[in-house]
Design a protein around this ligand. Structure first.
Ligand SMILES: NC(=O)N[C@H]1NC(=O)NC1=O
Length: 219
């Protein structure tokens, strides 16, 4: 989809297409529509992200609370959004063993009890081994830092979803994906323990993650 098409969309169409760029938060697309025209993916996502950044803390936490748990009840019940289903599946979270599921459920519950919102992570940049490891690590971060980290993950998810919708390479530059080039939407590669999916390193560092510089025990 090119930007001319995006800029020509009426309000209803725009919200239909971009309403889940931020999980279950169509209000953000509704607000962004009035900022058109947009020049490219970067320009469009800047408006989504600026909306998130301008919210009071309660609104930012509200956005996080709209996210389903990773490998949680909604996945078991089949009630995830199509985007979330695809992301969780790409990280291998749809085929966990009972033990792995239980471990994640316990960690998710501990995280929610500590911070008051669910653990959010861009699943497409992770895998079934890294998710519980990262969850266990972030569980010990200070709340203010954790809110920033979680919102940075929301932006990575949004960036990947927007790149899918526009048919551009999520790692940039902003041009239509080459025929035959890897498509993150259909990335069926197996787990890459400890590594960001090849080709998506630039997305992973969209927001420099402060936690990478926090040593164990400093929290
Ligand atoms: N809890 C959580 O991170 N959920 C989100 N992550 C992701 O990649 N897709 C989601 O729905």
């Amino acid at each position: 989809m090119d930007m001319e098409k995006v800029n020509s969309m009426d309000f209803g169409e725009f919200v239909d297409v971009f309403g889940n760029v931020v999980e279950r938060c169509p209000l953000i697309a509704a607000a962004v529509w009035s900022q058109r025209p947009f020049s490219d993916l970067e320009d469009l996502e800047k408006h989504f992200f600026a909306f998130i950044d301008a919210l009071p803390q309660s609104g930012q936490e509200g956005i996080l609370r709209c996210h389903p748990d990773l490998a949680g009840r909604e996945l078991q019940r089949g009630t995830l959004t199509a985007e979330s289903q695809r992301e969780q599946s790409s990280a291998g979270l749809t085929s966990l063993s009972a033990d792995e599921r239980l471990r994640l459920a316990e960690l998710n519950a501990q995280y929610r009890a500590r911070f008051g919102f669910p653990f959010v992570l861009a699943a497409r940049l992770s895998d079934r081994a890294a998710v519980p490891r990262e969850l266990a690590r972030r569980l010990h971060c200070p709340p203010a830092q954790e809110l920033r980290t979680a919102l940075a993950e929301v932006k990575k998810i949004g960036h990947l979803r927007l790149a899918d919708l526009l048919g551009v390479d999520p790692a940039g530059p902003q041009r239509p994906r080459e025929p035959g080039a890897p498509d993150a939407r259909r990335d069926a590669r197996g787990p890459q323990p400890g590594a960001v999916r090849p080709g998506l390193e630039a997305v992973a560092s969209l927001e420099r993650r402060p936690h990478t510089r926090v040593k164990e025990g400093e929290n």
